[in-house]
Design a protein around this ligand. Structure first.
Ligand code: URA
Length: 233
């Protein structure tokens, strides 16, 4: 048995003083119950969380984030990154975004520290479905649906894989599914059709859907079912 503040400090993520502050602030839970006493005695294997994240656990972490426009899908740099939207407790866990969304693109971004899974999901050989809601300057029509289904030839000569375009009532909006993730891919596909993108939001990745309850900038852990869906890809 050891004191709760000592157990937190032993992870190397916080000093003893910082651990005490976290506990006082009600951010630490022991077996799911918030504990505000640094003197609480815990066993080595008693589940302890900070901001809902298990401490000292080697267990991989899988999160979904509703990325707002204006933040970059990076882990460091001068600009505000998607990691800056997460609680500090995640900072030391080696999380990184699974692929990138452009700075002005919104929607579903997965974050994990599970390198092998991320690698599989991003591998060009795996053709994981990504679904976006897109708005363009212009009217989308059946000719665009056919072009996307055949695979659009981009301005630089790159031949896209076949995708799907689902027209919506509003003629300048659609759902688009792609199975690869080239740089600015949808923007370049729509530009090749002469209908530049004015708004882009990812709503699905590898069978996992953006949680409609999540506000922009909001995040949550993936459910076991969602994690299993990713592993099946
Ligand atoms: N395609 C784009 O053009 N931008 C994104 O952010 C994602 C897909």
């Amino acid at each position: 048995m050891e004191r709760l503040d000592k157990r937190l400090a032993a992870t190397g993520q916080w000093s003893r003083k910082e651990a005490k502050e976290l506990i006082r602030a009600g951010r630490v839970a022991v077996m799911g119950q918030v504990c505000r006493s640094s003197e609480e005695k815990v066993e080595e294997d008693t589940p302890v969380t900070v901001d809902g994240v298990a401490i000292g656990a080697d267990a991989p972490v899988y999160l979904m984030l509703h990325k707002p426009s204006g933040v970059v899908s990076a882990t460091e740099g001068r600009e505000k990154t998607v990691l800056d939207l997460l609680p500090d407790a995640y900072k030391a866990m080696g999380l990184f975004p699974v692929g990138r969304l452009d700075k002005d693109t919104e929607g579903l971004l997965l974050l994990t520290n599970d390198g092998p899974l991320a690698h599989r999901l991003l591998s060009p050989r795996h053709h994981v479905d990504k679904v976006y809601y897109v708005r363009v300057d212009g009217r989308l029509d059946q000719a665009d649906v056919e072009a996307v289904s055949k695979g659009i030839l981009l301005g630089d000569g790159y031949q896209c894989l076949p995708g799907e375009l689902e027209l919506l009532e509003n003629e300048n909006a659609a759902y688009i599914t792609i199975r690869e993730g080239k740089y600015h891919q949808i923007k370049r596909m729509m530009a090749a059709r002469g209908k530049p993108v004015t708004y882009l939001k990812r709503i699905k990745f590898g069978g996992v859907e953006l949680d409609k309850q999540l506000e922009q900038g909001g995040w949550r852990a993936l459910t076991d079912g969602e994690i299993a869906t990713l592993f099946r890809q």
